[in-house]
Design a protein around this ligand. Structure first.
Ligand SMILES: CC(C)(COP(=O)(O)OP(=O)(O)OC[C@H]1O[C@@H](n2cnc3c(N)ncnc32)[C@H](O)[C@@H]1OP(=O)(O)O)[C@@H](O)C(=O)NCCC(=O)NCCS
Length: 502
C-alpha cells in the first residue's frame, strides 16, 4: 500500500483537490474527517465532472466523492487485495486499521509487486499433487468408492456384472445407459461382432508396425491412430453424435483384433481373423491361437476384461477426456488413453507383478525379498492404489477366478499377497496398501495362455470401452479442460539479452 495517504477534507473544492492529485501524481484522494475516512475522490470522478461542463465549477469534494468507501485491513494479502479490486471494479481502496486511515492500495501499487507475486484470479484454487481427491467432472458412467472397496458401472456393482453378464451386455450398458433386453443384447452383439475386422488399409500396414518391434502397447497406439486416419474420423465438433458413436463402436470392436494380429505378426505368424460366432472372451483367445478355447478360460479372460472396462477418473480416462474436450477426433483420444495406460504406474504393472512372483520363487524367500525391496525405496508391483484404501474388489474377484480355473500360481500368489500386506503394514504403516487389480491379473492371464507381452494390451482391449463411454459423455456436455499451473521459476519479466553475436 502507499502511505502516508493524500487526503482532503470534505469541504475543500474539487478544483483544489484535483490540483493536488495532479501535483503529487496520485490517482485518488481519501476524504477524511479527522483520521476517519468518509469518502474517496478519484481521477475517474474528476473526468466525469469535467465532461459535465463548466457549470459544476466550485463544487465541494463532499458533493462528488463516493461516500463510505469500501476499505480493507492492513493484513490483507496481495492476492486478496488484487481479488478485491478486481471483484468490485475499483482502482483504489483505503486501508484502515480500526477507525484510522493508514494507507491506500491502488492497482498501480499491485502492478509493481505483480512481478514477484503471481495474480490469483477469483475462484482460483490450488489442487493437491496428483490431483488427489479433486472432482473435475460429473459422470454417469461409473465411480469408485475407495474406502468401501466398491466400484460400479452406471448403477450396478462392476463385480456383480462380471459375475452375471457378458462383456457385450456391459458394453451396451456403458454406451446406452441401461442393461439390454434379450433382443437388444442379440442385436448389439451382432452389430459389434460385425465390426471386429480391421479395415484393409490398416491391415496391410500391420506387418510393418509389428516389424518395427517395441512394446505392443506402442504398436497398438500407432494402429489405432491409423484406424482413425484411414476411416476418415473427424473432430467430433464437426460431426453428429451418431457418427461419433459409430467411430467409438468401430475402435472398441477392432482393438482386440489389432492386439492379436500385432502379437502374432511379431511371432512370425499370420493373424487369425475374428469369428463373429464367438463371444467376446472366446474370440479373443481364438485370435491368439486359431483354436476354439476352453470355455472356462474364455470366461476367465472375459471376466478380467469386464472388471477393467472402467474405473472412475483414472489417468487414462482423464487423458481421453482432456483430448476429447478440445473437440479432437475419437481415435486421437483413444491413442492418448493407450499411451497413459502403458505406464508402469497404471496399466503396465501386471507383467511386473508376475515378474515379482518369479523373482521371489519360493514362499520362504518372500519376506526377506520384500523387506529388502521396500527398505531400498522399491515399489511392490500390484500393490497400493490411489483410491482404494482397503482391498481392491477387482483383486478379490480375480483371486476367485484364478482359484476357479485352478491357475498354477494362485496358491503361491495368495501366500505372497499375505506377506506383502504384512510387510507393507510394518514398513509403510498407515498407508493402507493392499493388492490391486494387477496382482492376480497376471496369474489369470498366464493361466489362460496369454503371454506377458499381451498383459497390458489385454487391459487396453476392454478399457477402450470405458474410454469411449467417457468420450461420448464428454462430447455430449463439453467444456475444454484447461487448468493452470503455479509458476515457480525465476520472477518474470527479466530483461531479454540481445542474441549473442558471432
Ligand atoms: C498405484 C500407485 C501408483 C498409487 O500411487 P499414489 O496414490 O501416488 O501413492 P504413493 O506412491 O504416493 O504412495 C503412498 C505411500 O505408500 C507407498 N507405496 C505405495 N504403493 C507402494 C507399493 N506398491 N510398494 C511399496 N510402497 C508403496 C509409497 O512409497 C508412499 O510411501 P511414503 O509415504 O513413505 O512416501 C502406487 O501405489 C504404486 O506405484 N503401486 C505399484 C504399481 C502398481 O501396482 N500399479 C497399478 C495400479 S492399478
Amino acid at each position: 500500500m502507499s502511505s502516508p495517504v493524500v487526503t482532503t477534507p470534505p469541504d475543500e473544492s474539487v478544483a483544489a483537490a484535483a490540483a493536488r492529485m495532479h501535483e503529487l501524481s496520485v490517482g485518488s484522494v481519501v476524504v477524511v474527517d479527522g483520521a476517519r475516512p468518509v469518502g474517496i475522490l478519484t481521477e475517474r470522478d474528476i473526468v466525469r465532472l469535467a465532461a459535465a461542463g463548466p457549470s459544476s465549477a466550485g463544487l465541494k469534494v463532499a458533493e462528488l466523492m463516493t461516500a463510505d468507501p469500501d476499505v480493507v485491513a492492513p493484513d490483507l494479502s496481495v492476492q486478496e487485495a488484487f481479488a478485491t479490486l478486481a471483484e468490485r471494479g475499483y482502482r483504489h481502496i483505503p486501508v484502515v486499521d480500526g477507525d484510522d486511515l493508514v494507507g491506500i492500495v491502488s492497482m498501480r501499487d499491485l502492478m509493481r509487486v505483480a512481478q514477484i507475486q503471481p495474480v490469483v484470479h477469483p475462484g482460483q484454487i490450488e489442487a493437491p499433487p496428483g490431483l488427489e481427491g479433486v472432482i473435475v467432472a460429473e459422470t454417469k458412467v461409473g465411480d469408485v468408492r475407495g474406502l468401501e472397496g466398491f466400484y460400479h458401472y452406471r448403477e450396478y456393482s462392476a463385480v456383480e456384472l462380471a459375475d452375471k453378464r457378458s462383456l457385450e451386455d456391459i458394453w451396451f450398458l456403458l454406451f446406452e445407459g441401461h442393461l439390454p433386453s434379450l433382443a437388444e443384447s442379440h442385436a448389439f452383439a451382432r452389430e459389434v461382432r460385425g465390426l471386429r475386422g480391421v479395415p484393409d488399409a490398416v491391415r496391410g500396414l500391420l506387418p510393418s508396425i509389428a516389424a518395427s518391434g517395441g512394446p505392443l502397447m506402442d504398436q497398438l497406439r500407432s494402429a489405432v491412430s491409423l484406424i482413425g486416419h484411414s476411416q476418415g474420423f473427424r473432430p467430433w465438433l464437426d460431426i453428429k453424435p451418431d457418427e461419433l458413436r459409430a467411430n467409438a463402436l468401430q475402435v472398441c470392436a477392432s482393438v482386440p483384433t489389432l492386439i492379436m494380429a500385432l502379437h502374432r505378426l511379431a511371432q512370425g505368424l499370420e493373424p487369425v481373423d475374428p469369428d463373429p460366432e464367438l463371444g467376446y472372451g472366446e474370440n479373443y483367445l481364438w485370435m491368439l491361437t486359431g483354436e476354439i478355447p476352453d470355455a472356462d478360460k474364455a470366461r476367465a479372460v472375459e471376466q478380467y476384461q469386464i472388471l477393467t472396462i472402467d474405473h472412475g477418473f483414472n489417468a487414462s480416462t482423464f487423458t481421453a477426456r482432456v483430448i476429447t474436450s478440445t473437440g479432437a477426433d475419437l481415435a486421437g483420444a483413444v491413442t492418448g488413453g493407450i499411451a497413459a495406460l502403458s505406464g508402469p504406474l497404471h496399466g503396465g504393472a501386471p507383467s511386473r507383478a508376475l515378474d515379482l512372483l518369479d523373482a521371489i520363487g519360493r514362499p520362504e524367500n518372500a519376506r526377506p525379498y520384500l523387506v529388502d525391496a521396500v527398505t531400498h525405496g522399491g515399489k511392490i508391483m500390484g500393490f497400493g492404489h490411489r483410491v482404494y484404501k482397503t482391498t481392491d474388489p477387482r483383486s478379490e474377484f480375480l483371486r476367485g477366478v484364478a482359484e476357479r480355473i485352478q491357475a498354477e500360481k494362485v496358491a503361491f500368489a495368495t501366500e505372497v499377497e499375505r506377506t506383502v500386506v504384512d510387510v507393507l503394514a510394518e514398513l509403510k504403516p498407515g498407508r493402507n496398501l493392499y493388492a490391486n487389480v494387477e496382482f492376480y491379473a497376471g496369474v489369470v492371464m498366464e493361466d489362460v495362455g496369454l503371454p506377458s507381452d499381451l498383459f497390458s494390451p489385454t487391459f487396453a482391449s476392454s478399457r477402450v470401452i470405458g474410454w469411449c463411454a467417457n468420450i461420448l459423455e464428454q462430447a455430449a456436455d463439453n467444456r475444454i479442460i484447461r487448468p493452470s499451473a503455479r509458476y515457480v521459476g525465476p520472477p518474470p519479466p527479466q530483461p531479454v539479452p540481445a542474441a549473442p553475436e558471432g
